[in-house]
Design a protein around this ligand. Structure first.
Ligand SMILES: NC(=O)c1ccc[n+]([C@@H]2O[C@H](COP(=O)([O-])OP(=O)(O)OC[C@H]3O[C@@H](n4cnc5c(N)ncnc54)[C@H](OP(=O)(O)O)[C@@H]3O)[C@@H](O)[C@H]2O)c1
Length: 353
């Protein structure tokens, strides 16, 4: 398929717009849209509003106004053809008079599907699958996991020393990383619907698990705080149970049960913040989709390691991950990884010690 450069640039921007509303749209997808005038100039941008509000295409069309006529709408997800809490986006595009619609990801649900067909039936040129992988791995990943697996997407975030410790031998863990990495965690929380810890972390660190600004004040929408506490050990006075944000104390027996409970509450993106025991259970169950390690250049030599026992007896069975990207956060390093869902033996054969 040959797609003009202006449309590819618009698609990149649409992905950014989708990412900018991550954490505010669940259970709906975080979609981005850009409308180009007939001469290729961007004339309107939009992203999915919180549930009940306008979808990305409708917001972008509203900004473009008459300039959309004869132009192109560039959208990360196929425009819907059904009436939910809002009207069909396909009809809005037809009414606006666009000549072409460029889409990254075809709509995977039957309920909302048929948008491309409806547009084509109205004489609009439709291109599906443009930069599809990038859109699927980006802001749509959480929603797509929900559609395909009926569970939330799980990001496991952990702050570790160079020797992989998440706390010192005496239990202290504040702070392993510097200010910039910690600020990044607050921004990350804001992109999630729920933040999860085990009772061990709640008891050891008494974290508040809210989204806070540099001055320490709670800011913006707060994700659901979740403590998995099967024996009811976390006291009523724990900070995670204060009124700064909603809290769920779950007795779910397994990660899968917990995710089912959260999915039923419209949670689509979970931030698993530890600790090593709960993280190991999620990894054993293959329920970690992305790993964010904040690696600090300090060494402890003792203390709990970043993940508990995974029952892996030998090198060939090591859990294998792919590095997606890495960025410095002042003195620390953020490494983003995705499990490759197979053991490392073959992939690393001959790779040295
Ligand atoms: N550096 C970091 O990023 C970071 C992050 C988090 C924690 N930490 C450190 O980690 C340490 C705490 O480690 P931890 O392993 O005790 O914390 P944890 O994993 O948060 O909590 C473990 C507890 O979770 C409960 N749990 C609930 N569901 C479970 C399941 N499906 N499988 C297993 N356990 C489940 C268990 O207690 P019940 O059976 O009673 O439910 C278990 O004892 C602290 O020193 C803390 O500072 C560091």
């Amino acid at each position: 398929m040959s797609v003009p450069a202006a449309e590819l640039r618009a698609m990149l921007r649409a992905r950014e717009l989708g990412a900018s509303v991550l954490g505010t749209t669940s259970p709906n997808p975080a979609v981005g849209a850009v409308v180009l005038a007939a001469d290729g100039t961007p004339v309107g941008e939009g992203a999915t509003a919180p549930p009940g509000g306008p979808h990305a295409e409708v917001a972008a069309l509203a900004r473009a106004g008459e300039r959309a006529r004869g132009g192109t709408a560039v959208v990360t997800l196929e425009p819907c053809a059904h009436t939910g809490r809002t009207g069909p986006c396909a009809d809005a595009l037809i009414a606006a008079g666009v000549a072409r619609v460029v889409v990254a990801v075809p709509e995977p649900t039957e309920l909302a599907g048929g948008g491309a067909d409806r547009l084509r039936a109205a004489g609009i040129d439709v291109e599906l699958g443009v930069d599809r992988d990038a859109a699927e791995e980006g802001a749509l990943a959480a929603w797509l996991t929900g559609v395909r697996e009926q569970r939330p997407f799980v990001v496991w975030k952990v702050a570790a020393t160079l020797d992989g410790r998440v706390a010192a031998a005496d239990g202290t863990s504040r702070w392993i990383t510097g200010e910039r990495a910690r600020a990044a965690v607050h921004r990350l929380r804001a992109t999630c619907d729920a933040v999860v810890v085990g009772s061990g972390t709640a008891l050891a660190d008494d974290p508040q698990l809210t989204v806070r600004d540099a001055a320490g004040a709670a800011t913006g929408r707060q994700p659901l705080r979740v403590v998995v506490d099967r024996r009811g050990r976390v006291p009523a006075a724990a900070r995670v149970r204060d009124d700064a944000a909603p809290t769920l104390v779950s007795r779910a027996g397994t990660p899968a049960e917990l995710l089912a409970e959260l999915y039923a509450r419209d949670v689509r993106r979970v931030l698993l913040e530890g600790g090593p025991t709960l993280a190991a259970e999620f990894l054993r169950a293959e329920l970690v989709d992305e790993v964010l390690v904040h690696l600090a250049p300090v060494v402890l030599g003792a203390g709990p390691s970043l993940v508990g026992d995974l029952g892996i007896p030998t090198m060939a069975d090591a859990l294998s991950l792919r590095i997606v990207d890495s960025i410095p956060l002042d003195g620390d390093l953020q490494i983003r990884l995705r499990p490759t869902r197979h053991t490392g033996g073959d992939q690393h054969a001959g790779g040295g010690s």
